[in-house]
Design a protein around this ligand. Structure first.
Ligand SMILES: Cc1cc2nc3c(=O)[nH]c(=O)nc-3n(C[C@H](O)[C@H](O)[C@H](O)COP(=O)(O)OP(=O)(O)OC[C@H]3O[C@@H](n4cnc5c(N)ncnc54)[C@H](O)[C@@H]3O)c2cc1C
Length: 289
């Protein structure tokens, strides 16, 4: 449980951090809250030569609204997201999702940027931000680029970030009026990571049928995913329990699911189905027609 020796670097600006990453593409690792990286280093599953601490870089910790979008700086902690009055007002499902992460120590240290960049298959945010068509801003030597969340998560612990890029911002479009959003998870009893977590965003027509729906699933397979098959089955339908159950079954059958020591593949498929129904039901209630 003792990491390999490393040098600690604490840049005072984003440019300094990016320059350092560019100069050491194979042996430098950023650290933010340290709640995913340090455990890996202690197990020697990661042994970076340099640890580049983002903590002293100004301008990466904020929550604001701009042009109908919530913009969240990469160093914003889970607790700050959970307790933000702006998020509670504009997108309560996001503060509820943050509140379900780990325990209070984890939420006080862990950051949104670290969670996204780490791409843990059992992390909570990915299901919700996929369902809300969010974007991630990455900053590198050539400036900023915006990556759709659906293109960001590539595989287990793998993203489309380049080795000299820093996640600087998450952008979440604030759902249109009349959209209900909910996240439901079955947590691991010790860590609280999602064995399976499902987010749903639902907008209803005036006659009560489904106008628009998005479903994101985390925890089930190597990366979080949208379930297009279930979404298209719901649009245009009246969302009674039979319809929800059918869509949830097709969600569970259509995505890649892995079994591990925490849950077999069969059990996880069952959880995807059950938690899809629960997330949809709560989103429909919130859609309020
Ligand atoms: C006991 C425990 C329980 C947990 N339970 C949950 C849970 O229920 N749900 C959940 O979602 N998560 C859970 N987590 C993970 C937690 O949310 C972490 O805080 C988060 O995954 C990583 O954030 P961090 O800031 O600690 O990142 P770090 O550990 O500092 O970094 C993680 C990775 O991201 C990279 N990185 C960090 N910041 C950036 C950036 N801005 N740009 C590019 N790369 C960056 C690092 O180089 C590293 O590879 C748990 C962790 C612990 C220890």
């Amino acid at each position: 449980m003792i990491p390999s020796a490393f040098d600690y670097v604490a840049p005072n600006s984003l440019a300094e951090a990016i320059n350092f990453l560019s100069a050491h593409p194979d042996d430098a690792k950023l650290v933010a809250g340290g709640h995913s990286l340090i455990p890996l280093m202690k197990l020697r599953l990661a042994s970076p030569r340099y640890l580049v601490d983002l903590a002293r870089i100004p301008g990466l910790k904020y929550i604001r609204e701009a042009n109908g979008t919530l913009e969240i700086g990469a160093l914003t902690t889970h607790y700050e997201i959970e307790s933000s009055s702006l998020i509670k007002e504009r997108l309560p499902a996001l503060s509820e999702t943050a509140a379900l992460i780990g325990d209070v120590q984890v939420r006080n240290r862990g950051t949104i940027g670290g969670s996204l960049a780490h791409a843990d298959p059992a992390a909570d945010y990915p299901a919700l931000i996929l369902a809300l068509d969010s974007e991630i801003v990455a900053t590198g030597p050539k400036g900023q680029r915006t990556i759709k969340v659906s293109d960001f998560f590539v595989d287990l612990l793998t993203t489309s970030l380049k080795s000299d890029e820093v996640v600087t911002q998450l952008r979440i479009p604030i759902p249109a009026a009349g959209t209900g959003v909910a996240y439901e998870k079955f947590p691991h009893p010790a860590s609280r990571y999602a064995i399976v977590g499902v987010a749903a965003a639902v907008r209803l027509n005036a006659n009560g049928t489904c106008a628009q729906v998005a479903i994101g699933v985390t925890g089930a397979g190597p990366k979080a995913t949208r379930v297009a098959a279930a979404e298209s089955a719901l649009v245009g339908s009246r969302l009674d329990d039979t319809v929800l159950r059918q869509a949830a079954t097709s969600a569970a059958e259509s995505i890649e699911v892995t079994g591990d020591i925490h849950a077999s593949e069969e059990y996880r498929r069952h959880l995807v189905s059950e938690f899809t129904v629960r997330a949809l039901r709560r989103a429909i209630e919130r859609a309020g027609r």
